[in-house]
Design a protein. Structure first.
Length: 445
């Protein structure tokens, strides 16, 4: 008999688990409360623009092996556009292109960095010295300190923090250096920035994220999996899930791929009492992100993307060929959550116009800010010990998947993919004898 597996939650973690399990012969039922897959990395139909818009621009990196593997499984890898160059734009519009040279890592970034116009010679010297040390730190030994305090130890001045460290860390970790644990921040440099041209390149989906999951729906259904979309889980334990409608489903294994706050809310009380993983999850907190879709009457952004040096708006992305449609991203957006649409748009426009003065004549036709208050878990010092393992110590509990589990990554599509594959691998190991492996079964991670 093929094992029956319930997957709760159809975000990237749930999709990754479902893809692996159905390909390996398990009978999967995926329950998702929304009427579409994708969770925090998804699209919605915007009636005003008549377009499918992403909740926020999602960026991947060349080092995100598990997410890229998932894209391969979904057959969507060709839809990723890879930007090898990064465009850093200062007030007034001066632009630095950080472009990898044909040198071994970490020297690949050095020639462009040394020519960067937004940093003076002293700033470059201090940043280079810090990067050289970051490369060899054991990041796990720095989990309990903030990256800001590590920058103090590395003699970093205010100017290089504002111009260099803040834009990278705030967008990669969704917290300011003053709040984020040094562990994920060091990781950004060790595994991406300093790891080579391939690892640090930026990948952007050329279609709305929602289109990617249409592939998941057909792939999973064709392999015998089923979906319950628009159905909310209200209670679960190791072998059952009860829906808000009152209906209870049973299975040989349950993978909970809900956000951590929902997993804690809906887990069976007895389970929470016995399974120590839930105590840590109950203490985790969130950090918000704001994405702003902007539609102008003429082109305003001549670059594929822009890192805004010294601005509260960290990134702009060009969303059409001409640069008329722009998406602005503000990570660690706590101070923006209380602002209304008008104030948000004025602040973003100010950041944009200061760096792209030629856009001054353009008329903004439509703006669509999207606030995500629970965008990611907050990687503050101490967070790593709160992250749960995929399987419980006793092996009795449900399997957990989600970017918040122990993935060795911050809250990212990479972390979510890793967690989904890991949960599928645990299930497959538990039912090794019951599964007739198809010859095409992908290697388990
Ligand atoms: C604004 C924003 C920008 C981001 N930018 C990036 C980026 O640039 N690069 C990057 O790598 N990552 C980025 N992330 C993070 C990335 O989106 C997440 O790490 C990833 O999508 C998490 O996937 P998940 O499957 O772990 O969780 P989720 O996506 O939260 O999936 C959980 C699923 O469970 C469903 N659910 C909830 N309650 C129930 C219930 N009761 N019953 C059934 N289903 C339920 C939810 O609808 C959801 O589909 C960003 C996130 C946000 C919000």
């Amino acid at each position: 008999m093929k094992p029956r597996v319930l997957i709760l939650g159809g975000g990237i973690a749930g999709i990754a688990a479902a893809m692996k399990l159905t390909a390996s012969g398990a009978r999967v039922t995926l329950i998702e409360s929304r009427d579409r897959l994708g969770g925090r990395a998804s699209s919605f139909f915007d009636a005003k623009s008549g377009l499918w818009l992403d909740n926020c621009q999602h960026v991947t990196l060349g080092c995100c092996d598990s997410y890229l593997h998932l894209c391969d499984l979904l057959g969507v890898s060709h839809l990723i556009r890879w930007d090898d160059e990064q465009y850093w734009v200062e007030e007034g519009g001066r632009t630095t292109i950080l472009k990898p040279a044909n040198l071994p890592a970490p020297l690949h970034g050095l020639p462009a960095f040394l020519k960067a116009k937004f940093l003076d010679i002293g700033e470059k010297a201090r940043i280079s010295a810090a990067l050289a040390q970051l490369r060899f730190l054991n990041r796990f030994e720095h989990e309990a300190q903030t990256f800001g305090s590590l920058l103090d130890d590395l003699n970093q001045h205010e100017s290089e923090r504002t111009k260099f460290w803040d834009p990278i860390i705030i967008s990669a970790c969704n917290l300011t250096p003053e709040r984020v644990s040094a562990l994920p921040a060091i990781q950004v440099f060790q595994q991406a920035f300093l790891a080579g041209a391939r690892a640090s390149r930026i990948g952007i989906m050329t279609v709305p994220l929602g289109q990617i999951y249409e592939r998941a729906t057909s792939a999973i259904t064709e392999s015998g999996g089923t979906f319950l979309l628009g159905e909310s889980v209200s209670h679960f334990n190791s072998h059952t899930a009860t829906l808000a409608s009152g209906h209870t489903l049973e299975a040989d294994a349950v993978i909970c791929a809900l956000p951590f706050e929902k997993a804690v809310l809906f887990a069976d009380d007895g389970l929470k009492h016995l399974d120590e993983r839930f105590a840590g999850m109950a203490r985790m907190t969130h950090s918000p992100i704001l994405g702003v879709h902007l539609f102008f009457d003429r082109p305003v952004l001549p670059l594929p993307h822009a890192v805004l040096v010294g601005a509260e708006t960290q990134w702009l992305f060009r969303k059409d060929a001409s640069g008329r449609v722009v998406h602005a991203v503000i990570s660690a957006a706590d101070d923006w959550m209380g602002l209304d649409q008008e104030d948000i748009v004025q602040k973003v426009l100010r950041d944009l116009l200061l760096r792209f003065p030629r856009a001054a004549d353009a008329q903004l036709e439509l703006a669509r800010p999207v606030k995500e208050r629970r965008a990611t878990f907050a990687c503050i010092p101490g967070f790593e010990s709160l992250r749960p393992t995929t399987a419980s110590e006793s092996g009795q509990g449900p399997f957990l998947a989600g970017d918040y589990t122990q993935t060795d990554w911050p809250a990212t599509m990479e972390g979510a993919s890793r967690s989904g594959f890991a949960a599928a691998a645990h299930v497959l190991r538990s039912f090794r004898n019951q599964i007739a492996f198809a010859p095409s079964t992908p290697e388990l991670v």
